[in-house]
Ligand binder design. Structure first.
Ligand SMILES: *Cc1c(COP(=O)(O)O)cnc(C)c1O
Ligand SMILES: [Zn+2]
Length: 412
């Protein structure tokens, strides 16, 4: 934490010293989401390609020098978060006709989504600051990851979920022993209730949109991608977008590495949404601020009509020279099937949305055949079995008899 230099407001640009409890800019209020600033000269002294190559911590905490958590917190006791595999595609990339395609499977985190990265940092922060309860509102994965990390570290978790959250995610919450408030309403109503309750009861606030330390957990996915690629990053990195914290974190991670001299350029970031809920894509296309949007997509983790972190997300795409793209739910279900069949990676709808975006971007000529791409798979398909069966169909029944098997045509 010696290496955290302070905050900068993403709205007014004012800088001020780091205070662990600060959530937003004192001048801009709610909307004044903060960036955490680092002392890169100090960090570069002991964070090098060589030090990382020798590091045996196979978790996101290998990048602790770039995370805003005090040295006093013993993160070796946490769930093992991060250092998920980066697979080079053996067939899909070739089929698509790109130079190389990599899949970062973040569904392999302990509670099966990329959100574990943010929740690990949130729980570390709550412990550092002496809280006994952590709270969050979520469409599912932020909640289940928060509940899992809290359970492991002996914190109480209070979780607000919209009633449409898939059963698999709610089951995780119940198993991790969280206090679950299933809100009769959409994500915005859920968020607002959690905000009021957090203010009233004084719990630690894990709501990703406004808490600046969350993005710093999520950025570790970018740090890992770069290290796993031997510090030679792909031309594009594709990411599905709901609130915008993940994509904001992806940019922050590459930005850190660029500032440290560990990578030579920041990849172009492809922000992918569903056409059923794409406030970022619409705003970018019409070059105007975001407007509240209906939440008509089966990709529940990115069904966010009023994103909480628009500034960091828009910046990620703009500063990286990337692009925004929307894909239909049908294409998302296709991508679920394609990723499963060609790579053996099982993602939830929002998890495979980045891959659906890559397929679309190649077809549109946005991603060229001589370019390399990484698609982040942000969550496991086991979280949403209903949509998986919708994508892939159900197996046919067969009588327990070889002749019947032959006749059934199942093996044809
Ligand atoms: C949360 C989530 C996203 C999007 O992250 P945001 O920070 O909300 O933009 C994408 N995929 C999955 C599986 C998620 O849980
Ligand atoms: Zn401000």
């Amino acid at each position: 934490m010696r290496r955290v230099a302070g905050y900068r407001c993403t709205i007014c640009g004012r800088e001020f010293p780091f205070e662990p409890e600060r959530m937003t800019c004192p001048h801009c209020g709610e909307k004044g989401i903060l960036d955490i600033l680092y002392d890169y000269d100090e960090i570069a002294r002991d964070l090098t390609r060589e030090s990382l190559a020798a590091c045996r911590d196979n978790s996101m905490w290998r990048y602790r020098a770039l995370m805003p958590v005090a040295d006093s917190v013993d993160v070796s006791r946490f769930l093992r978060i991060g250092w998920t595999p980066l697979y080079e595609s053996l067939s899909l990339g070739r089929e698509l006709g790109v130079k190389a395609l990599y899949i970062k499977d973040d569904g392999l985190n302990p509670t099966a989504s990329l959100k574990d990265r943010a929740s690990g940092v949130a729980v570390a922060k709550a412990i550092e600051l002496g809280y006994d309860t952590i709270a969050c509102s979520s469409t599912g994965n932020a909640a289940s990851s928060c509940a899992g990390s809290a359970a492991r570290m002996g914190l109480k978790a209070v979780i607000f979920v919209p009633e449409r959250a898939p059963e698999g995610k709610v089951a995780q919450l119940m198993i991790f022993g969280a206090r679950v408030v299933s809100v009769h309403g959409d994500y915005k109503a859920t968020f607002d209730l959690s905000k009021a309750a957090i203010e009233k009861y004084g719990w630690y606030n894990r709501n990703a949109g406004i808490n600046p330390v969350m993005t710093e957990g999520k950025k570790t996915v970018a740090l890992e991608i770069a290290e796993q690629l031997g510090w030679s990053v792909t031309d594009w990195v594709a990411c599905s977008v709901g609130d915008g914290c993940t994509i904001g974190g992806v940019y922050n991670g590459f930005y850190d590495l660029y500032r440290l001299g560990l990578i030579e350029r920041i990849p172009k970031i492809l922000g992918v949404q569903s056409t059923g809920c794409c406030p970022f894509v619409d705003a970018a296309r019409e070059n105007r601020p975001l407007r509240p949007t209906a939440e008509n997509t089966l990709a529940d983790s990115i069904a966010v009509g009023v994103p909480r972190n628009p500034v960091k997300a828009l910046r990620a795409v703009r500063k990286s020279g990337g692009a925004w793209i929307a894909v239909s739910d049908e294409r998302i279900l296709d991508a679920m099937r394609v990723l499963g069949r060609t790579e053996g990676v099982f993602g939830e709808p929002a998890g495979v949305t980045a891959t659906a975006g890559v397929i679309q971007a190649v077809a549109d000529g946005l991603i060229r055949p001589d370019e390399t791409v990484t698609a982040i798979s942000t969550g496991s398909g086991l979280k949403d079995v209903k949509n998986a069966l919708r994508a892939a169909g159900k197996p046919r029944l067969c009588e327990p008899d070889l002749a019947a098997l032959e006749e059934s045509g199942i093996l044809a």
